[in-house]
Structure formats: C-alpha cells, structure tokens
Ligand binder design. Sequence first.
Ligand SMILES: NC(=O)c1ccc[n+]([C@@H]2O[C@H](COP(=O)([O-])OP(=O)(O)OC[C@H]3O[C@@H](n4cnc5c(N)ncnc54)[C@H](O)[C@@H]3O)[C@@H](O)[C@H]2O)c1
Length: 341
Amino acid sequence: MRIGLIGLGRIGAVHADTLAALDVVEEVVVTDPVRAAADAVTGRISKARAVDSPQALLDAGVDGVVIAAATNVHAELLEAALARGVTTFCEKPVAGTVAEAVRMQELAAQASAPVQIGYPRRFDPAFVAARDAVRDGSLGRVHTVRSTTLDPAPPPAAYLAVSGGIFRDCAVHDFDAVRWVTGQEVVSVYAVGATDPDAPAAMYRDHGDHTSASTLLTMSDGAIGVVSNTRTNARGYDVRLEVHGVTDAVAAGLDDGLPLRPTQPGVSWPAGPPHTFFMDRLAQAFRAELATFCRVVAGEIDSPCTVDDAMGTAWAAEAATLSAIEGRPVTVAEVQDRALV
Ligand SMILES: NC(=O)c1ccc[n+]([C@@H]2O[C@H](COP(=O)([O-])OP(=O)(O)OC[C@H]3O[C@@H](n4cnc5c(N)ncnc54)[C@H](O)[C@@H]3O)[C@@H](O)[C@H]2O)c1
C-alpha cells in the first residue's frame, strides 16, 4: 500500500522510518513546508517520495494518510483527508481547540473512511498487560491509578506556542491511559500548574502554560486518577502507570531505564541508563501503532482509537485546563455544556 505522511518534525521523521520498515508499505509519500525536513527523509529512506503540499499528497492517490504535523493544523488536514475518503491516522490531540475537535468528531461520524487517533501507550506491551489485568479481574475493584509523564527537557518554543498547553499536549497521554486501562470515563478533574521561575515567560506564562502540572481525576466507576507531568525532569523520560485494586497492584514502566535514583542503602535498581526521550521508551509502541493503522487501511480491523473515543480524553484536557486557571474542580459536563451551547 502507499501511505501519505504529512509533517516531518520530531515525530513525523520517526513515523517515516517506521512506515518504511513495514513490509506492507510499498511507498511513503511525504510532505512538509520545511524543504530540508523532506530532503532528510527522502535522502535516507528509499521508499520515500516528497511532494510539495498536503493537497499534492492527497492528489497522489494514497491508500492511507498519517498526519504528524503541528497540532494547530490537525483539523484542516484531517478535514481534507476525510473529504477524499482516505483512511487517516492523526497524531494526538485530535485538534488544536476543542471546538475544532468537536467538528472533527462530526465529520468523522459522516465520513466513509475510518480515523485512528495516535495514543501510542495503547500499543505499549506493559500498558496492554496492565489493562488486561484490570479486565481479567485479577486486581479486584480498581481504586487508584497513578499515571506519570515527565519530559526531560521542554520541546522547542515554536512547538509549545501551538501545543495548547501542558494539559492538552502532554497530560492527554495520561488522561487517555487512565481511561483506556480502567475502561472508565473521566467525570471531573482538579488540576494545578506551576511554572519554574527561571523558565522563559515567552515559552510558558505568555501562553498561560506551565512547566509542571498535576491533575486528580474522578472516574465514572469511582476510581481516582493521579496524574503527574513536567517538562523539566532532567534525569530522563519517565512514563509510568500504576494500577491499584482491592486485591492486587501492577505497574507499567518499572524497567531499568526508569529515571529515578534510589536513596535506600544497598539498593542498586534501576540499573540504567535512564530513558532519554519518548522515541526510545515508546519505539515498540510506535511500530505496533502504525502496523495496526496499516491493518485499518487494509480493512482488516476497526480503528483502535476513533475520534469519538479520543474525545473523552480531549474533554478531560479541557476540564483540566479550566480547573488550573480557576483553581477549582471542574466536571467534564461543565466544559461540554460551555462548548456545545
Ligand atoms: N504520540 C506521541 O507520543 C507524540 C509525540 C510527539 C508529538 N506528537 C504530536 O505530533 C505532532 C507533531 O509533533 P512534533 O513533535 O513532531 O512537532 P514538530 O514541531 O517537531 O514538527 C511539526 C512539523 O509539522 C510541519 N507542519 C506544520 N504545518 C504543516 C502543514 N500545514 N502541513 C504539513 N506539515 C506542516 C512543520 O514544518 C514541522 O516539520 C503534534 O501534534 C504532537 O502533539 C505526538
């Protein structure tokens, strides 16, 4: 099959390599307004061919499209792909604003082709096993889920400016993981954000953004989610999920790359070196995610993360953003009421 790939920045370049390594993919048609980004991909990947624009890419008659461009252009690109009836993978979050995301939900519901939203933890073997442990009942009733995403260093200022802020950009991975692993929806949130006084205001405060954040989630079947995020975890990239039930508890992400230094005398675990970036910690998940997307393109399976499904995560991020601004708990129903009037 021929897959189009729109956007060749940090994640798009990785997706280009991943797609090209799949036997089922014969050609990857790529585009990015930054010519050097396209040249770098076509220079190292023999299966890749560059075109000048997303329009030219859709005109090339691809079987499926992967949108890995900046968050603020997801909606226009997804709308264009759906108008052509092309099966589409769109990186998280669904769109730059919740209003656009709602519109994408409506378009996807009417579209002839499926959409898969990119939440890679759904394809990480440890997260899959944690979800299985919830579903097979071995944990008993789940009361607490702790989900952590700590980035070692902030993304570039230009990325942050269009990211939607730490809740919509980073915490969404945790909100989605808690929903997906527990099978429960987020009912209400209480979020706080903090900004490192040494961090450049133009990167954070000027956009109402934060360097660190924590969110408490009340889930639909009574579980409590505890979500931690930061852009400044210098020891490494920390992605973890603990699920605690009344009969047992499990954790995903407790490998030797966990970026924590134990202080107990005699304890030498984790052996290290720490994970340094999402690419190394989640490489296997990205491969499985895009291999799955190719099966969606081939019509073999349904989308494993539809726009409808991903909207549960988008609403939680919207509620968390408002909660941190107003310093109070916010229900998902409240932000839905505000947005859907
Ligand atoms: N699933 C994950 O774990 C994960 C990880 C990182 C990023 N992301 C998501 O992927 C997206 C890209 O993130 P990134 O880190 O690669 O950002 P980036 O800033 O490194 O790259 C974005 C790229 O999009 C290109 N672009 C901008 N407008 C475009 C347009 N109209 N058409 C085509 N290309 C366009 C830019 O030139 C740039 O090369 C974001 O939405 C982000 O949320 C997901």
